[in-house]
Every structure is written in structure tokens, then in C-alpha cells.
Ligand binder design. Structure first.
Ligand code: NCD
Ligand code: ZN
Length: 345
């Protein structure tokens, strides 16, 4: 096969940031994606419907003329979140989901949740209104090894939370483990899971072998090879539980290449070419559309995009190594393999 035409994909987990960074990187997602779930972890975080509305306007203003891209906004769940504000923002079409960060789990998560009893009322209101909860699934306990934090979160937090709030739609975001994929697969209609592009490509060796590679450091951190293979099997299975959330998370190079480097891989620019390569390697090009364009909208109760994109196989495609923004340069994720599938513009 040398041509592949699929529905225009969506990105169900994206960091667009704000200000000059937003202006610099928004075109990278708008080029190939129809919609994206926009993460609310700005400083300060997006916690009210009014703030989500204002942030959406700033995103729309940053898009190139004529872009076919709709930001789907989220609210950042805090222990002070007002359930009525969440329900109203969803009813008014301002937000599509709410994001749960355990406090301290990742970049800009200090306002996240420590005491889950304090968000019980909001979760119940969300279950009632059919508002999905997007979950960063890692415990933050210092006694839990960073490579075990996702698996432990499932047992200690996610399973009890789902039992306590029947009917709540939950997205396990950026799963990185076999345990995450297995739990998601067994979770029924109310449970979905996003998988990033980079976790299909790298295992933890990419970060640590031959010198420390800060551009491969993200959270949840990439795990052992067995987990990468489990994620590839899940993503390429066609199972409706699994859909694309790139977690493309730009940081300027000085903050990545630093004694205490930020977490995040920036994959917006070359994601589709990488995914086509991965799905072809797995003999599953026919499942790419399910993963990137169909399963996500079905979970969110939306129609797939009407527009199509075509990928063409040929000589390796060269993507820029960096995107220049008004805040500084951002390194594009290097998949360490030639990419033969070009997205027709
Ligand atoms: C994200 C970021 O930089 O905002 N970083 C990351 O490594 N994925 C936060 C997140 O989604 O965990
Ligand atoms: Zn993220």
C-alpha cells in the first residue's frame, strides 16, 4: 500500500500552552488534526468555565487563517471546584471534560487533588451529567518507585474511585504499562484510554542508555520494552477502548536541557507520520483510522470528522528538528527511525 486516506484525526490529549508558545506551536497541531482535548495545566490553571472560555478564545486567535481545528476545552479539577460551574460549563458547550491531576504528579500539577473525598461531589455531578473525567494516573507517594506509579494508581486510586462513582466516564490518559492497557480493556463502555505517539516508539532505554536524553523524558515516564509492546498491541488492535492522545507537551530547549529538565515530548509536528510507520510495522495500517480518528469521538459521543487526510509512502520525510517560537526553540520528538509516510497538505 502506498496511499492511505483516513478521516481527519483528533488528538484527545494536547498541551497548547499560552502566549508566544501557543502562537508558535498551535499551527503544528492545526495542520493535521481536526479537534483536540486541550489540557488546562497553565500557570495559573484553568479552573472555571469563564477561564476555559477565555483560553479557548486565545487558542482560536492563535490559529492560522482558515485552520480546520476545534479546541475542546477542559477544566482542571481542584479541591475547591464548584460542581455547579462544571455542569454549567459543559451544558453551555464550553468544556468537553474535566482533568484530574494528583497534586505533584507532573508539570504544573501543584493545584491538583490530594484528598479525593473533597472532589466526590464534583465527580458525582459529572457522572450525572455525562462529563468525562480525564485522569493522570500516577500516585505521587515517595515510597513508590516512579516506574510503578501507574500500576499502583490503578489499584489504590482508580478502581476505588470508579466503584464509588458508578457511571462516571473516565479516560485513563497516556497509559504506559501493560497493567494500564489490561485494566482499560476490561473496563467496559465507561472507560477509555489514550496512548501517546512517543510511548509507542520509545522504552526507558531511550532516555538512559548512552547518556541522558532529556527530550525523551516525559511523564508518565517510558517503561520497559514489554510495556511498549503491550501499548503497540493495544493501539493497533482496533479495540474502541484505545485512542490517540499525543500528550504533545512543548518546553523550550533550555528547560529540557537542564540539570532539572522539564517532562514532556513535543510530537505534534510529526505524529501522523510516526503513527503510520508504527502501524505499518505492526501490519495494522487498516487500524490507524480507528485509533486516530474514530474511537476517540465515539467515546466522547461525537461524530468523526468529515474531512479526510491522505498519507503517501515514499522516500523518508524530513521534519524540522526544532520549532522556533517567541519564547524560544522547541525540539521536535526524534523517532530514531526514517519516516516514509508523508501527510499530503
Ligand atoms: C506535561 C506537561 O509538560 O504539561 N508533561 C508530560 O511529560 N507529559 C504534563 C503531563 O501531561 O503530565
Ligand atoms: Zn499531558
Amino acid at each position: 500500500m502506498t496511499h492511505l486516506t483516513i478521516r481527519r484525526p483528533d488528538d484527545w490529549h494536547l498541551h497548547l500552552r499560552d502566549g508566544a508558545m501557543l502562537t508558535g506551536i498551535a499551527p503544528e497541531s492545526a495542520r493535521h488534526f481536526g479537534r483536540a482535548i486541550i489540557m488546562p495545566n497553565l500557570i495559573p490553571p484553568v479552573v472555571t468555565g469563564d477561564q476555559a472560555c477565555a483560553y479557548r478564545d486565545r487558542i482560536l486567535a492563535a490559529l492560522p487563517e482558515g485552520a480546520d481545528f476545534t479546541p475542546l476545552m477542559t477544566l482542571y479539577l481542584t479541591e475547591q471546584t464548584d460542581p455547579a460551574d462544571v455542569v454549567a460549563a459543559h451544558r453551555d458547550g464550553i468544556i468537553s471534560a474535566v482533568k484530574l491531576y494528583p497534586a505533584g504528579a507532573t508539570t504544573n500539577s501543584a493545584s491538583g487533588v490530594t484528598d479525593f473525598d473533597k472532589v466526590r461531589g464534583t465527580l458525582e455531578a459529572m457522572a450525572e451529567a455525562g462529563i468525562p473525567l480525564c485522569v493522570h494516573g500516577e500516585v505521587v507517594d515517595s515510597d513508590v518507585d516512579i516506574f510503578d506509579r501507574e500500576a499502583v494508581f490503578i489499584d489504590r486510586v482508580l478502581e476505588p474511585l470508579r466503584r464509588a462513582t458508578p457511571g462516571l466516564k473516565v479516560v485513563m490518559e497516556h497509559i504506559t504499562t501493560r497493567q494500564g492497557a489490561d485494566y482499560a480493556r476490561a473496563g467496559g463502555d465507561t472507560l477509555g484510554a489514550t496512548i501517546t505517539t512517543h510511548h509507542l516508539v520509545i522504552n526507558r532505554n531511550a532516555i538512559l542508555v548512552g547518556g541522558i536524553k532529556p527530550h525523551y523524558y516525559c511523564l508518565p515516564v517510558a517503561k520497559r520494552e514489554e510495556h511498549r509492546l503491550a501499548l503497540r498491541a493495544a493501539a493497533t488492535s482496533g479495540n474502541a477502548t484505545f485512542f490517540l492522545g499525543t500528550d504533545s507537551a512543548p518546553h523550550i530547549d533550555p528547560l529540557k536541557e537542564n540539570a532539572c529538565g522539564c517532562a514532556g515530548c513535543f510530537t505534534a509536528t510529526n505524529t501522523l507520520s510516526i503513527l503510520a510507520e508504527v502501524f505499518e510495522q505492526e501490519g495494522a495500517l487498516d487500524k490507524l483510522e480507528s485509533f486516530a480518528s474514530l474511537n476517540g469521538p465515539a467515546f466522547y459521543g461525537l461524530a468523526p470528522n468529515e474531512a479526510r487526510v491522505t498519507l503517501t509512502k515514499g522516500d523518508p520525510v524530513n521534519y524540522p528538528a526544532k520549532i522556533e517560537t517567541g519564547d524560544g526553540s522547541v525540539t521536535v520528538f526524534d523517532p530514531m527511525m526514517p519516516l516514509h509516510w508523508r501527510v499530503e497538505e
